[in-house]
Design a protein around this ligand. Structure first.
Ligand code: BTN
Length: 242
């Protein structure tokens, strides 16, 4: 594995994408930094992480042969790789808050931002950005956020954790190339936060909707059972409230 360590950068996703314009990189090349000055989150949000405390990194994945409409499969594989790693660290009560927030007992501990480069309706390569809260002790103004140190009570070796994460990611991508995408859906859904429970969602006009999460479609839409029908929603159409 090619590992590029940076003291600081704006965003490891941006750094890796720029590097790919100039260089050919091995599959699973990793860019990791101690400090992101403009870390990016989902839907245009910021990803803020205390200098030196957490894992902020991006992984290059090429040759998945996934078509554009299958891009959610990357989210599934990356989420499952993170969960497997965290289970190995005995992190309890893990779940995935759709589409790809990783929670331990209702608290967010990791986020994923995948950026795909598309050519001829196929994903040419993906830049998989992961922010994992490892040793940070306080998250001001973010009551629903925790780090592994909070949960385990001891500091964690970030390098070892990063290697374990990449190893597990390689494992899941190998399964994808051997057995295809379909087999991951049940495993993903088994971790789905609030599955089969009545939940409240916020729509883009800020109105609230109540329904029961039943699953996720192949394209990553959330299936919600409403009073009279089951409807499918994409990421931009609703937000699950806690
Ligand atoms: C989210 O939950 O909103 C996604 C957060 C993703 C953060 C990671 S940190 C490494 C990589 N570089 C970025 O700028 N963002 C991702």
């Amino acid at each position: 594995m090619q590992l590029i360590k940076l003291n600081a950068t704006d965003s490891t996703n941006n750094y890796l994408k720029k590097l790919l314009l100039e260089t050919v990189l091995e599959d699973f090349s990793v860019v990791v930094t101690n400090h992101q000055t403009q870390g990016k989150g989902q839907m245009g949000s910021d990803w803020v992480s205390e200098k030196g405390k957490n894992l902020t990194f991006s992984v290059l994945k090429s040759k998945t042969s996934l078509l554009l409409h299958q891009q959610f499969m990357l989210s599934i594989i990356v989420s499952l790789s993170i969960l497997k790693t965290l289970e190995e660290y005995n992190i309890p009560k893990l779940s995935i808050k759709w589409p790809n927030d990783i929670l331990s007992d209702h608290h967010k501990i990791a986020g994923i931002l995948i950026e795909n480069v598309i050519k001829n309706k196929q994903i040419e390569y993906s830049v998989i950005g992961i922010g994992l809260n490892v040793n940070q002790e306080a998250f001001e103004g973010l009551p629903k956020v925790r780090s592994l140190k909070h949960i385990l009570g001891v500091p964690i070796n970030k390098e070892e954790l990063l290697h374990q994460l990449i190893k597990n990611m390689q494992h899941y991508f190998n399964i994808l190339s051997e057995k295809g995408a379909a087999i991951f859906n049940d495993e993903y859904e088994s971790y789905l936060f609030r599955k089969n429970k009545p939940s409240t969602f916020m729509l883009p006009d800020k109105s609230l909707l109540t329904g029961i999460i039943r699953g996720v479609t192949e394209s990553g839409k959330l299936q919600i059972q409403l009073e009279d029908a089951t409807k499918e929603y994409n990421l931009k159409e609703l937000k699950l409230m806690y």
